[in-house]
Design a protein around this ligand. Sequence first.
Ligand code: CO
Length: 305
Amino acid sequence: MGSKTTISSSVKKSIIKKSIIFIMAIIFTLIVASAASAEHGEKRETKKGILLVAFGSSEESAQISFDNIDKKTKAAFPDIPVYWAYTSHIIRNKLAKQGKILDAPEVALAKMRAEGFTHLAVQSLHTIMGEEYDDLKRVVGAFNQMGGFEKVMLGYPMMSTQDDMVKVIDAILKNIPKERKANEAVVLMGHGTPHPANAFYAALMFQIQLKDPNIFVGTVEGYPGIEDIKSLMLKSNIKKAYMMPFMSVAGDHAKNDMAGEEEDSWKSILTKAGIKCEPVLKGTAEFDDFVNIWVDHIKVIMAHF
Ligand code: CO
């Protein structure tokens, strides 16, 4: 019985010893593992960034618009780096031939991810939530899935919510030429799209006409077209019209489709109908009141960071 006890106690001791070694090994492993993971998954220092995404333009005149947006954004967020990307690959290719390299949104996002940005505000500088915005949303969504950023958020284009619509209308009313008389028209040329968001243009015309019935909104590639607004203008007995692009830049569409000398330009079509035309070649982004709407959208994102 006594010897049995001795044997069993020495077995017990050895079991305990082995257990202690085993437990210590586990603890050691855990410490090493946690130290390693602390090194890799260490809470990174917060690094906020802004990525401005425009359709892009190869026209020299468009740069005024982009510079103004850049300036206003940097003034609103002085400590946050601002990067740019263009959604149009045709424009990017054109610019690349001139030696100007502009990134596609996915390239800019990848670069910013690699540069260690933790919180990224991607701001769409489009006018409506059309195809370009949808594409951008997919790209931002993919980066969200992939991880790497703690937060990446996409800001709405200029005219998205009803609040935006009100701000857009105010911005238009404030920035139409001072010399324009009430019985003269203001014609805004939007881009237009087969995308469902094209309905925003007619919605804008409806709401702005409640304030000023002689402001007309047409589009180059969607509804309402120039013929639609021409007949409305003739019904209202309009004799003179100020024409302005309702696009962020006064680029190719403004210069040629709106104010060009060709037979099918809006200027030629309206002149032929007896309406004297005064083109104003300024994109919406040249006016602070419009730019502030985009900047407000970035502020909404920053409130989440
Ligand atoms: Co176009």
